[in-house]
Design a protein around this ligand. Structure first.
Ligand SMILES: C[S@@+](CC[C@H](N)C(=O)[O-])C[C@H]1O[C@@H](n2cnc3c(N)ncnc32)[C@H](O)[C@@H]1O
Length: 145
């Protein structure tokens, strides 16, 4: 275990660094991107992925954060990574990839999206099941300059 904002590795140690579903957990993702660049060898690969701020649009009405930027989301990912790396590929998805078959599944999903147990249980009753959920996000590949 190590803090991605202060990696305990010498410079130019790795050929690849992955930051999957994690950069939106940090307040300053650029700090992590610069740390990743530091530990990568010349020509090394960096990859990160993140959900879109417009992810799960079926739940827009009950997700308070829906539509607002996080510190690192699919809308900003390539621009942020491009400040540190050469961006070599961006793959986006926007498709109905999940089905929630009953109220329990909807409730658990909403708890996973940050609603309190009570708010999730109340909100879950307002959706006709099954709910087909549209997943939106992006994976961005970079290379050390
Ligand atoms: C949603 S999980 C994703 C885990 C894994 N990458 C995956 O794709 O399954 C977010 C991860 O980010 C890690 N994380 C958050 N802030 C971090 C930091 N400053 N340094 C290292 N890891 C961090 C958490 O420990 C957690 O494992």
């Amino acid at each position: 275990m190590a803090d991605a904002e202060r990696l305990p590795f010498a410079g130019e140690t790795f050929n690849a660094v992955a930051a999957l579903w994690m950069l939106y957990h940090v307040a300053e993702p650029l700090t992590v991107l610069r740390q990743a660049a530091m530990v990568l060898r010349p020509g090394g690969t960096f990859v990160a992925c993140a959900p879109s701020r417009y992810n799960d649009p079926e739940f827009e009405a009950v997700l308070p954060e829906w539509g607002y930027p996080s510190t690192f989301d699919a809308e900003d990912a390539a621009e942020l990574i491009g400040r540190v790396f050469d961006v070599v590929d961006v793959e986006r998805w926007d498709a109905p990839l999940m089905s929630l078959r009953d109220a329990v599944a909807v409730e658990q999903f909403l708890r996973g999206r940050g609603l309190s147990p009570q708010a999730a249980a109340e909100a879950a009753t307002g959706f006709e099941r099954p709910v087909t959920v549209t997943k939106r996000g992006a994976v961005v590949w970079g290379r050390v300059r």
